[in-house]
Structure formats: structure tokens, C-alpha cells
Write a new protein. Structure first.
Length: 81
């Protein structure tokens, strides 16, 4: 489960390659209940729970503004397998 990006306490990571390109997000430790998943093409929230409103805005903004970087990392990881 490679970490792609960290923004404050938010960790953006790849988890599975069987679905279309997407990114998972969690807050801090792996034991945190705050998790989200965003599709990358187009940027669309699949689900999100446990984040504050401010954290959710940061996630959305990060996914939208750094979409190409996240998509490139997903492709590099999963298309190489």
C-alpha cells in the first residue's frame, strides 16, 4: 500500500488496482476511522467518513489540484504489475 502523498495529517495512498484509477485517504495512524476514496477520472468522491469539514475540503482541493500527480503515481504502481 504505497503512500503517494502527505498533506498535514492526511495520507493519500494506493490500495488496489482492479478498479479504475482512484486514491484512498486516511488521517494519521492506520487505526484511524477517518477514511475516504476518490475516483481520479473525473475527480469524484466515492465515499468519505470521519473527517472534519475542513479536512474534507482539503482532500477535495488536493485531489482536484494534484490529480495528474495522483493519477501518474497510480499508473506507475499498478500498470507495472
Amino acid at each position: 500500500m504505497p503512500t503517494v502523498l502527505r498533506v498535514g495529517s492526511l495520507i493519500f495512498y494506493s490500495n488496489e488496482g482492479q478498479e479504475p484509477p482512484h486514491i484512498h485517504i486516511r488521517k494519521g495512524a492506520k487505526t484511524s476511522d477517518a477514511i475516504a476514496k476518490w475516483w481520479l477520472s473525473p475527480p469524484t468522491k466515492a465515499y468519505s467518513r470521519g473527517f472534519t469539514v475542513a479536512e474534507s475540503r482539503t482532500i477535495e482541493s488536493t485531489v482536484r489540484t494534484r490529480r495528474k500527480e495522483l493519477l501518474d503515481a497510480w499508473r506507475k504502481h499498478f500498470e507495472a504489475q
